[in-house]
Write a protein that binds this ligand. Structure first.
Ligand SMILES: *[C@@H]1O[C@H](CO)[C@@H](O)[C@H](O)[C@H]1NC(C)=O
Ligand SMILES: *[C@@H]1O[C@H](CO)[C@@H](O)[C@H](O)[C@H]1NC(C)=O
Ligand SMILES: *[C@@H]1O[C@H](CO)[C@@H](O)[C@H](O)[C@H]1NC(C)=O
Length: 381
C-alpha cells in the first residue's frame, strides 16, 4: 500500500517533470537601464522650427529618460553624456566629462535656448561635432559610442547633406539614434540612423525605445568572437568562435575557458544555432568538431556546459543525433560529424571519447552587456 502510493506520487512527479521540460532558449542581451555603460552625445535641434512647448516637453522627457540610468563617474557601469544644441551652427553645452550626476544634466538642459531667429537645421555639422567629442574625450575603450539626434528635420536651409557624416560615424562603430521632433521628419531623419533606430517623439514611449537602443549598443562580443544572429537578423546575447586548434574534449573545454574567462564549449539548443555554428566552421572545412555536450554518469543524462562551470540538462526539443546514437559505449563526450549523407548541411551529433579522440572545437561566451560588464574588449583573462 505504502509502496504503491510512493510509486504513484513518484510517477505523477515524473509526468509533471516530463510535461514541464522547459526548452532552453538562446540567451538574449541583458538590458538593465541602471547598468548601461555607453558614451552618449545628445544633439538637440534648437532652431526656430521647434516650438517652445515642444522644446519644454522634449527636455523634460530627456531628463526622465536618464533618471533610469546611472550617471556617476565613480562607477564603471555608468553613462557619460555630452550635449550640444544646433541650428545653422553648433552650441556646445557639455563634453563627456562635465555631467557627473542627473542634477548636472538638469542644469545643462536648463541652459538650452531656442534660437528664434534661425530656421536652418545643420544636422551634418551636429554629427561632425559628435565625432570630435568622441575623439577628444579620453575614450573608455570598452564603452560603445552612441549619438542621439533630436531634430525637426533631416536638414534644412543652405547646409550640407548630413548623410556622409552619418555613414562615417557608423563605420567607426558609433550607433546613431534619431528622434524626430516633428512627426513628418521621421522618414528622412531615420535614414541617418543605425538599423531600427529611427524614432519619433509622436510615437509611443520613445524613451523606452531609446533606452532599449542603448542596451543594444551596449551588447557586443569580445574580439575574435562572432555574434549569434538568426535569419530574421535578430541578434542574441551570445558569441561564438571556432578554433583552429585540435584537442581532446577535456583539453578543448579547458582551452576555451583559458582563452577567455567565461568562455566554454558551445551549446546548440536550436536548429538555427546548429546551422549558425556549421556556417562558421565552413571556411575551415572541418569534418568534425566538439560541442559542450557530455554524458554525466551520476545523473545518467546528457548536459550542456555553461559559463563558470555551471551545467544544464539536455532538453528534448532539438536532438540531431546520428542514427543509433546517443550511445555512451562510444564515449561520454559529444562531437559533430558529417553524416554519411549527400547533403553537406547534414551535420549530426555522435558520442566521442573524452580523452582519446581529438577534434576541432567551438567556444562560446556571453555578450558583454548590462548583465555582464567587460572591463576590456580583447583581454585573455
Ligand atoms: C547558414 O548559411 C546558409 C547558406 O548561406 C543560410 O541560408 C542560412 O541562413 C545560414 N544559417 C544561419 C543560422 O545563419
Ligand atoms: C561568472 O564568473 C564571472 C567572473 O568570476 C562573474 O563576474 C560572473 O558573474 C559569473 N557568472 C555567473 C553566471 O555566475
Ligand atoms: C572599474 O574598472 C576598472 C578597470 O577594470 C577596475 O580596476 C575598477 O575596480 C572598476 N571600478 C569599480 C568601481 O568597479
Amino acid at each position: 500500500m505504502r509502496l504503491a502510493s510512493v510509486l504513484l506520487i513518484f510517477s505523477i512527479f515524473h509526468i509533471y517533470l516530463l510535461l514541464n521540460v522547459d526548452s532552453h532558449k538562446e540567451r538574449e542581451c541583458g538590458c538593465n537601464y541602471g547598468r548601461i555603460w555607453v558614451d552618449i552625445v545628445l544633439l538637440i535641434d534648437h532652431s526656430s522650427n521647434v516650438e517652445q512647448t515642444e522644446m519644454q516637453s522634449l527636455l523634460q522627457s530627456i531628463l526622465t529618460m536618464f533618471s533610469h540610468t546611472s550617471i556617476n563617474p565613480a562607477r564603471n557601469e555608468s553613462v557619460r553624456i555630452a550635449v550640444a544644441n544646433f541650428a545653422r551652427n553648433i552650441v556646445s553645452l557639455a563634453d563627456l566629462t562635465q555631467i557627473n550626476s542627473i542634477e548636472d544634466l538638469e542644469k545643462i538642459l536648463l541652459k538650452v535656448q531656442r534660437n528664434t531667429l534661425i530656421s536652418d537645421v545643420n544636422t551634418g555639422l551636429a554629427l561632425n561635432w559628435a565625432s570630435v567629442v568622441f575623439e577628444m574625450s579620453d575614450r573608455r575603450p570598452n564603452a560603445k559610442n552612441v549619438v542621439v539626434l533630436y531634430s525637426s528635420a533631416y536638414s534644412q536651409g543652405n547646409v550640407q547633406d548630413p548623410m556622409q557624416s552619418a555613414i562615417q560615424l557608423k563605420s567607426q562603430g558609433v550607433t546613431i539614434i534619431t528622434v524626430a521632433i516633428k512627426g513628418a521628419a521621421w522618414p528622412t531623419l531615420s535614414l541617418l540612423a543605425s538599423p531600427d533606430n529611427g524614432f519619433s517623439v509622436t510615437g509611443s514611449d520613445v524613451n523606452t525605445l531609446v533606452l532599449n537602443a542603448f542596451c543594444q549598443a551596449n551588447c557586443f562580443c569580445k574580439s575574435g568572437f562572432t555574434r549569434l544572429v538568426d535569419s530574421s537578423g535578430h541578434q542574441y546575447g551570445e558569441c561564438v568562435a571556432v578554433t583552429n586548434n585540435v584537442n581532446n574534449w577535456v583539453s578543448a573545454s579547458v582551452d576555451c575557458s583559458s582563452w577567455y574567462r567565461g568562455s566554454f564549449l558551445a551549446s546548440e539548443f536550436s536548429s538555427f544555432k546548429h546551422s549558425f555554428i556549421l556556417n562558421l566552421t565552413k571556411p575551415l572545412k572541418l569534418d568534425s568538431y566538439f560541442i559542450g555536450l557530455s554524458y554525466n554518469k551520476f545523473t545518467s543524462g546528457y548536459q550542456w556546459q555553461q559559463p563558470n562551470g555551471t551545467i544544464i540538462a539536455l532538453d528534448s526539443t532539438f536532438l540531431p543525433w546520428l542514427t543509433g546514437y546517443p550511445n555512451n559505449m562510444y564515449g561520454d563526450c559529444v562531437k559533430i560529424i558529417r553524416a554519411n549523407n549527400p547533403s553537406a548541411q547534414n551535420m549530426v551529433w555522435m558520442n566521442a571519447h573524452c580523452y582519446e579522440e581529438v577534434a576541432n572545437y567551438v567556444c562560446q561566451m556571453n555578450t558583454c552587456d548590462t548583465n555582464n560588464y567587460c572591463a576590456t574588449l580583447n583581454d585573455y583573462d
